[in-house]
Design a protein around this ligand. Structure first.
Ligand SMILES: [Mn+2]
Length: 432
């Protein structure tokens, strides 16, 4: 690396050159296979080139559990360094051109400098996130018993004011959305009046909604449980939808894949929210037991494909399709966060591309004739297609690396960073 914020383009070219012949053969084989299905690989590659998913600033540092956090040498210490790592991820994968920041974790006195820093790294800003689920130093009112839904008016007003500050910061950064997630709820039956808590949420959220710039959206994120372990005010997509409809047309629902009961059919929620014109965004991650925040596609890749299958079906059938905000939301406890994010971003993009391969006409015909097995086979044919050569070719065409994680290791990025960024034993940041 000539400059630690960017990988030498010559180094990327050399990496790609060493893989070119094998990749070319694999790409041609895939092109021939898709051609037999009546699919033009170049058109699919164009779709791959247009796909993007936002990086969460909070995920480039190591996460942790309630038990411990194991920091690694060379991880970013502030939002400027977080952007540097995001810049490398984008440079190598070319599917993560935007970053979603979180306040006050990413607070800086110079937002304009942060914006310029991002531009220099080839990045821009996605939705901004507020944080009223933990207390900050010198904070007047505690969120122990809730924020936007607290029974105490002054506490609610403090939480509203924080959200307005975040909107203002996002305006400077060039964001177009505020993601609103609260941990409010109760831990014991009887603690909270469910109906009154929801009304207080609406009253608070209305003030936040009213402060949104005209071209912004409010993304309402629900979560079934945690930190409140008995009841949560915005606990499911139904409540999220009720809130969005009560607030106005620019309030949308955000679906975090880990925030549902274990057996919930998430892809069906996608269809329902789209119907109501309230599908605002996604937080991609994966889970085995609860809100595990594991790497996207690591546990249930078929579910992720089915979510994209719904999205692509809507995209193809809707001339006015407005792409929801696609974001990653994961916690990296034992891996290098940059490697996990690259792996996840590429898997998410590949899920989208495979969903683009579904023969929609054939699927509709099988559905119409109640041919369950053939309809399912139609989806499986697309899901089981190895699109890796296509994704690699698209990445190279966009200036990225054939194998981003291998190149990341080869250039010893983290080792180089370790010299400048000593290990910090800061407390684990909460992941939403
Ligand atoms: Mn989330």
């Amino acid at each position: 690396m000539t400059n630690q914020s960017r990988v030498d383009t010559a180094r990327i070219a050399e990496h790609n050159q060493s893989r070119k012949d094998a990749l070319e053969l694999d790409y041609q084989a895939l092109a021939a296979k898709l051609h037999r299905r009546g699919v033009d690989i170049e058109k699919i590659k164009q779709r791959a080139l247009r796909f993007a998913v936002a990086l969460p600033s909070w995920a480039v540092g190591t996460g942790g559990t309630r038990f411990a956090r194991y920091p690694i040498a060379g991880e970013p210490r502030n939002v400027f360094e977080k952007m540097e790592d995001c810049g490398i991820i984008q440079q190598l994968t070319r599917v993560t051109p935007t970053v979603s920041v979180h306040f006050p974790w990413d607070r800086t006195d110079d937002l304009v400098a942060l914006r310029e820093h991002a531009i220099a790294l080839g990045l821009s800003f996605d939705a901004v996130n507020s944080n009223t689920f933990q207390d900050q130093p010198k904070q007047l009112h505690s969120y122990k018993f809730g924020s936007l839904t607290n029974v105490d008016r002054a506490t609610r007003e403090q939480a509203i004011a924080h959200n307005l500050e975040v909107i203002e910061a996002g305006r400077v950064l060039g964001s177009k959305a505020l993601t609103l997630w609260i941990g409010d709820g109760s831990n014991l039956p009887g603690q909270q009046d469910f109906a009154q808590a929801f009304e207080r949420y609406l009253e608070s959220a209305r003030q936040i909604y009213a402060a949104l710039p005209a071209n912004w959206q409010l993304l309402i994120e629900h979560k079934i449980y945690e930190p409140a372990l008995y009841s949560t005010v915005i606990q499911d997509w139904g409540t999220s939808l009720l809130a969005a409809e009560a607030l106005g047309p620019r309030a949308k629902c955000l679906v975090d894949l880990g925030h549902h009961a274990p057996t919930v059919n998430i892809e069906m929620i996608v269809a329902r929210l789209y119907r109501q014109s309230r599908l605002g965004g996604f937080h991609f991650n994966d889970s085995k037991y609860g809100d595990d925040d594991l790497d996207s596609g690591s546990i249930n890749p078929f579910q992720l494909f089915l979510v994209f299958n719904e999205l692509v079906a809507r995209e193809f059938g809707d001339p006015a399709w407005a792409c929801p905000a696609y974001m990653i939301d994961q916690s990296h406890n034992i891996t290098d966060p940059a490697e996990s994010l690259m792996s996840s971003a590429m898997h998410i993009a590949s899920s989208y591309v495979r969903a683009c391969l579904v023969d929609r006409e054939a699927l509709a015909a099988y559905q119409q004739s109640n041919d369950a097995l053939m309809a399912h086979r139609c989806l499986k044919q697309a899901y089981e297609t190895d699109v890796a050569p296509l994704m690699a070719m698209a990445r190279i065409q966009a200036g990225g690396a054939a194998d981003p994680i291998q190149l990341f290791r080869d250039i010893e990025y983290r080792k180089a960073r370790a010299a400048q960024r000593p290990v910090q034993a800061r407390p684990a940041a909460g992941i939403v």
